[in-house]
Design a protein around this ligand. Structure first.
Ligand code: SF4
Length: 217
């Protein structure tokens, strides 16, 4: 597997500062840009998902968004089309955002791992460990005021917790030294198959909206 440093070197980028895995204590912006990080991810071969993906999906939306959404992985539709807000999952996500007066263009959307696992299985621990530094860098670059994680793996990996999503939901968590507030919720894909939990997801969104209202414009 090619290292991030090697990939960046091939791209002529030398200022990369690799942060430790599973260390959420990011309090300063890295020296690379989102575009540079994007290029690195597009060429990434750090884990086996690089062998089966159609394309790596970096992130989309407003790079200065107050709200960052973090899902678990690109779905098959996004892997094929590179369009995260289309297909059944994307359409539900768009409706969820509308409920708190947000749009796909007002937020920044990314995922825990950037490449789609075949058969839509959950990513393995080694795949998450290899990809997590990218997410940490994205948070440091976008510097959102509020983070909404979608799915258990996203919140557990970001905070290095083993606690269940059921326990973490309903709390306002915080990201490392930055103390960026995090609300943990379900993935849209889960909600498509478990519509009875949409009410709980709406409560999570209301918490996000309340936190956003506290942020100066
Ligand atoms: S999932 Fe992440 S670490 Fe693995 S190949 Fe894709 S971008 Fe690289």
């Amino acid at each position: 597997m090619t290292s991030i440093r090697t990939t960046l070197k091939q791209l002529g980028i030398t200022e990369w500062q690799l942060r430790p895995y599973a260390n959420p204590a990011i309090s300063e912006a890295p020296s690379v840009s989102l575009d540079t990080l994007n290029q690195c991810i597009l060429h990434c071969q750090r884990c086996p998902l690089s062998q089966t993906r159609k394309q790596a999906i970096f992130g989309i939306g407003n790079p200065k968004a107050k709200l960052m959404l973090i899902g678990e992985q690109p779905d098959a539709h996004t892997d094929a089309t590179k369009l995260p807000f289309t297909g059944p999952v994307g359409e539900l996500l768009t409706k969820m955002l509308a409920a708190i007066e947000q749009t796909p263009d007002s937020v920044y959307l990314t995922t825990l791992v950037k490449c789609h696992p075949l058969d839509n299985r959950s990513p393995f621990g080694n795949e998450i460990a290899e990809c997590l530094p990218y997410l940490q860098q994205q948070i440091a670059l976008v510097q959102p005021k509020v983070i909404l994680t979608m799915g258990p793996l996203a919140i557990q990996s970001l905070l290095a917790y083993k606690t269940s999503l059921a326990t973490l939901r309903g709390q306002t968590l915080a990201f490392g030294d930055t103390r960026i507030p995090i609300i943990a919720s379900y993935t849209p894909a889960y909600l498509l198959h478990n519509p009875s939990d949409k009410r709980g997801a709406f409560q999570d969104l209301l918490r996000v909206a309340a936190l956003l209202k506290e942020v100066p414009r």
